[in-house]
Design a protein around this ligand. Structure first.
Ligand code: R5P
Length: 286
């Protein structure tokens, strides 16, 4: 039985098709005062898989997920696998400044308390977040799916990480495709401002693919695309796993001169051309 939260309805449907499992009917709505209502239909069994990304509106999507899990638990569903393709609050997995809330820890504790028995996510911003759980927690990589797309659509590409943090993704894709990779140096000035240093890059006349886990405001990608253009890249394709794409980020990225933006459907967006459904189905089916 697959249960899709309101943030991941299409993805839940695709996963249920992949696994040939029933997609559970569910009613979700808001009361006039803004409070959430959920009702799970269908005949529940002892096992269930819940799919819900916890991107914007994070708090609403999280609360809905907690309501679903607790309801399943109270209706005697014993094994509840929870797939959170995009895990909101993953950036606050530790206390960076004294007095800060460790938000990811609160979320992980609530997921367990509400009945989750196993967690699956995709390219968690920090893999260490898995250690916050006392139940099995898996961090799957969408890089092979992105590599497959690149192989089908680009010629002799060079994969570029816009900062050191994304170097692992660039290397993973370059390793799969047997092509070159490189990275830029970025400094974050504030949540919506980054600076990227220019450096020598061998992209003259080549098709460049920028890869990152998340595109949020687009600042990181826009800086990187300017540098790649200055260095003579013939084509620039931007790719990411989680298209958070705050406000007009997608438009601003295209306006910076990139040729295409591709992302997965961990979050639904205009750039979501690659589905993670086969990846998730493969893992939860094991
Ligand atoms: C940062 O550590 C992440 O990997 C991304 O580079 C970041 O979230 C992108 O943010 P923005 O699109 O706002 O530059």
């Amino acid at each position: 039985m697959i249960i899709g939260g309101s943030a991941s309805q299409k993805l839940a449907a695709l996963i249920s098709k992949e696994l040939d499992e029933t997609l559970c009917p569910m009613e979700t709505r808001k009361f006039p005062d803004g409070e959430r209502y959920i009702r799970i239909g269908g005949n529940l069994e002892s096992d269930a898989v819940v799919i819900q990304s916890t991107g914007y509106p994070q708090d609403q999507n999280l609360l809905e997920l907690f309501l679903i899990l607790k309801t399943l638990k109270s209706l005697d569903v014993e094994n509840i696998k929870v797939v959170i393709p995009y895990f909101g609050y993953a950036r606050q997995e530790k206390r960076f400044k004294s007095g800060e809330a460790i938000s990811a820890q609160v979320v992980s504790e609530l997921l367990e308390a509400c009945g989750a028995t196993e967690i699956f996510s995709i390219n968690l911003h920090e893999d260490g977040l898995r250690n916050l759980f006392n139940i099995p927690a898996h961090n799957l990589s969408a890089m092979p799916l992105i590599a497959e797309y690149i192989e089908e659509h680009l010629d002799d590409p060079v994969i570029v990480a816009p900062d050191k943090g994304a170097l692992g993704f660039a290397s993973e894709i370059a390793g799969i495709l047997g092509c070159d990779s490189d990275h830029l140096e970025k400094t974050r000035i504030s949540p919506d401002k980054v600076e990227t240093r220019t450096k020598d890059l061998d992209v003259q006349g080549r098709e460049a693919v920028i890869i990152d886990d998340i595109i949020s405001t687009g600042g990181t990608i826009i800086n990187a695309s300017h540098i790649l253009r200055q260095h003579g890249a013939s084509k620039i394709v931007v790719s990411c796993v989680h298209p958070v794409l705050v406000e007009d980020a997608l438009l601003r990225i295209f306006a910076s001169g990139v040729d295409d933006v591709i992302a997965t459907d961990t979050l639904q967006s205009d750039a979501s051309t690659i589905s993670v459904a086969p990846l998730i189905a493969d893992f939860i089916g094991k």
